[in-house]
Unconditional design. Structure first.
Length: 289
């Protein structure tokens, strides 16, 4: 015979569940279907009587976002769709060929400014390949006009590791080299968290970047040490909350296509009360500390 002595830690839910299962087990002539019903009843009893935790936050309803046949979210800003360069400044010497924008003399910048964002951009190194190291298929994507994730033909092309494709220039290499052969299209999907500055210009919080190269994670919430110059250590200098995206001209005719961006922000909610528990009968009780 089974004896159950509840302790201080044994909940009424546990006792009720064990009682149901025990009584069912005593009826040895029960069919399998009846025993299954008892198990279900015990499960329901456990569910109904369990306390529910509520955090006391009133959340705003998340916006509904759909994705079209090209993979572009409905709330994204399309920066280049293969037809014109109207979203860019300084593009007089860049051209469009076969639905791609081809780098020319001088960098280009978006007319619109961005802060925290999700950026999708596709690029292709020149073919046949020409040059070596940093002289082969070199360009760059500058977040906020300041922080570079490197574009380079890194397919069977040796160079310094924190200067290859997917690197945060002069700060960190990518975790892996996912670069495709020249002429093939590479895809960057970037999640960017902009730096924050105090009123006196000092750094409040650094920039962070997560990036996928052709679907492969290459940067995982990497903390930037500052800007990404060639000739000095990185450092932060106060700037606006939103700045343009810049594509670099480095003397190589790198091609870009399918560029879109969407601003991102945390879910919005208001703490209207302290967290609490609610039992199966709807009674509320405070959380013991």
């Amino acid at each position: 015979m089974l004896y159950l002595t509840p302790s201080r830690q044994t909940s009424r839910t546990t006792v009720s569940t064990l009682t149901i299962l025990y009584l069912c087990s005593k009826v040895t002539s029960m069919k399998v279907s009846t025993l299954s019903y008892c198990a279900l009843l015990a499960s329901c009893c456990s569910f109904v009587q369990a306390d529910e935790y509520l955090n006391g936050i009133e959340w705003e309803s998340p916006a509904i976002v759909t994705v079209d046949e090209n993979g572009i979210p409905s709330d994204a800003t399309v920066l280049f769709d293969g037809t014109d360069l109207s979203a860019w400044e300084g593009s007089d010497n860049w051209k469009i060929e076969d639905g791609a924008m081809v780098s020319g003399e001088g960098d280009v910048r978006t007319k619109e400014a961005f802060g925290d964002c999700q950026l999708h951009i596709e690029w292709s190194a020149p073919t046949p390949p020409s040059g070596s190291g940093q002289g082969r298929g070199n360009s760059g994507v500058f977040l906020m006009n300041t922080y570079e994730i490197q574009v380079l033909d890194s397919y069977e092309n040796e160079t310094y590791h924190d200067g290859q494709a997917g690197a945060i220039y002069k700060q960190t290499p990518p975790q892996v080299n996912a670069t495709k052969a020249p002429g093939d299209w590479n895809v960057y999907d970037i999640i960017w968290t902009a730096p924050r500055f105090n009123d006196d210009g000092s750094l409040k919080s650094p920039a962070y970047i997560t990036a996928l190269h052709n679907g492969v994670l290459i940067l995982n919430h990497f903390e930037l040490k500052g800007d990404t110059p060639f000739n000095r250590p990185p450092h932060y200098q106060q700037h606006a909350d939103r700045l343009p995206i810049r594509l670099q001209d480095h003397g190589n005719p790198v091609r870009f296509r399918n560029i879109w961006i969407r601003g991102i922000k945390d879910a919005a909610g208001e703490q209207t009360r302290d967290p609490f528990l609610r039992d199966g009968q709807g009674n509320e009780k405070p959380i013991e500390k």
